[in-house]
Design a protein around this ligand. Structure first.
Ligand code: ZN
Length: 458
């Protein structure tokens, strides 16, 4: 049985439907759909315009965070709120508390209003956390202005209580190595890869990623400064701790960093480094974040999980095993593109010949179009046009025959079904390319365990 409460309200302007009959209808609905109604919240004879004047309603909202019910059943949405703003606010509070609202006389929330509710919920959340961080930051700014290092010690340092940073030799060597590799032209991605191959971990024992490398390369702590951002300004002062990198080197790296965005952009990493061919394509409907690939050990399958959840800005903890999502996607592709083939192009000599044929065909097709235009624009006479038309059509036909023969004798061009590429032993770059070609995005609604695949018109 699903745990539910019912909210009923008598409105002054809508006397037609009494509280008792609302309750009766709700009970019938609950019985039919296996909801167990634990409690009734009743507001009698009050206009619904101001939620605050509806004590039972407010109690219901308040209690929704206690977790003893998962559903609120109402007769119709006018019982819930009388204006959009309030409706959105209270719906998002319920949503935040994982309580679903069911209006028995109306269809379920459509996607749009759901989106609006989500957006508002996000905005409210942000507002609260900003207020909170303002208070916290005020205290920190004062300390920073006094020259105290307030954050936790960055990689390479240790922070004794009430004393300046102390160098951790082993970590400091890694920091130096990161700067050296970067100055030697390695990308942040390549550096992260090298460090991982050498089993270097962060302070917390995590694997190194490009974000970590980027942070190290731009943190002025390493040149003996401390940096602190307040709401209005950035405080950057010389500090009392020993630098790991000399100022010149550090500044040189900053220039390289800004000049060479492309090198720093981990999104530009080659496709074959993709962990999975669905990487970047799965989106969370709750927070709009991309699902990230999470590695699991001890024979458990790796999973995709909402990136917003992993950094604390989404409350949907849903994750899906890579084999499960693969199965779902493959099944759907079987339905939609059962026989779709993909041509694998080789840059061999024979293929260049074929490429030239295709180019020529295209050229003559364009010429034919132009001839047609010229006739319609009365530049060419009908006679001229038909002469051109005969010539170009023959050329195209000849080239097409050549191409056909060429294909017959040339086995280098491979046409492989996209399904066998995705399920077979092909490289990640090709698989990624195919999946991006076919799929636009995958939407995951973790809370309702729904997956929607949006395909490209391919
Ligand atoms: Zn999310």
């Amino acid at each position: 049985m699903k745990k539910a409460v019912a909210y009923v309200r008598m409105s002054t302007d809508k006397q037609d439907y009494s509280i008792e009959s609302q309750k009766r209808t709700i009970n019938e609905y609950a019985k039919k759909n296996s909801y167990n109604i634990i409690k009734y919240f009743e507001d009698k004879g009050i206009s619904g315009r101001d939620a605050e004047k509806r004590p039972a309603f407010m109690t219901m909202i308040e209690e929704s965070k206690k977790g003893y019910f998962d559903y609120v059943i109402i007769y119709d949405s006018s019982r819930f709120a009388r204006n959009l703003e309030q409706s959105l606010i209270y719906k998002s509070i319920l949503k935040k508390n994982n309580v679903n609202l069911i209006s028995i006389t109306e269809p379920m929330l459509d996607d749009d209003s759901q989106l609006i509710a989500d957006a508002l919920f996000g905005a409210m959340n942000e507002m609260y956390s900003r207020k909170l961080s303002k208070v916290v930051k005020r205290g920190m700014t004062e300390k920073a202005l006094k020259g105290e290092y307030i954050s936790c010690a960055p990689y390479g340092y240790f922070k004794p209580k009430n004393k300046p940073l102390v160098i951790v030799e082993k970590e400091a060597n890694i920091v130096k190595e990161i700067f050296r590799l970067f100055l030697n032209g390695k990308s942040t991605y390549a550096i992260a890869k090298i460090l991982n191959e050498n089993n270097i971990k962060t302070k917390k024992g995590n694997s190194i990623d490009t974000r970590f490398v980027k942070k190290i390369l731009t943190n002025p702590t390493y040149k003996g400064y401390y940096r602190f951002e307040t709401e209005k300004k950035v405080i950057l002062n010389k500090s009392t701790h020993t630098p790991i990198i000399d100022e010149d080197t550090f500044d040189k790296v900053q220039i390289l960093f800004n000049n060479n965005n492309k090198r720093l952009n981990s999104k530009n990493k080659p496709l074959e480094y993709n962990k999975h061919w669905l990487t970047g394509m799965i989106k969370c409907v709750h927070c709009n974040s991309t699902f990230v690939y999470a590695k699991y050990y001890n024979n458990r399958q790796d999973r995709f999980r909402c990136g917003g959840y992993t950094c604390g800005k989404c409350d949907s903890s849903f994750s899906i095993g890579i084999y499960n999502i693969e199965d779902i996607v493959i099944e759907k592709i079987k339905e939609i593109y059962p026989n779709k083939k993909y041509k694998i192009k080789n840059i061999s000599d024979t293929n260049q010949k074929k490429y030239k044929l295709l180019k020529d065909i295209e050229k003559y097709k364009k010429a034919l179009e132009k001839a047609k235009d010229a006739y319609f624009l009365e530049i060419d006479t009908l006679e001229e046009y038909s002469k051109n038309k005969t010539f170009f059509t023959k050329k195209i036909k000849d080239l097409e025959t050549q191409l056909k023969d060429f294909k017959k004798t040339n086995n280098n061009i491979q046409e492989i079904s996209i399904l066998s590429i995705l399920t077979g032993n092909y490289n990640m770059a090709l698989k990624t390319k195919i999946s991006k070609l076919v799929i636009n995005k995958i939407l995951i609604d973790g809370k309702n365990r729904k997956i929607k695949i949006i395909f490209n018109a391919y």
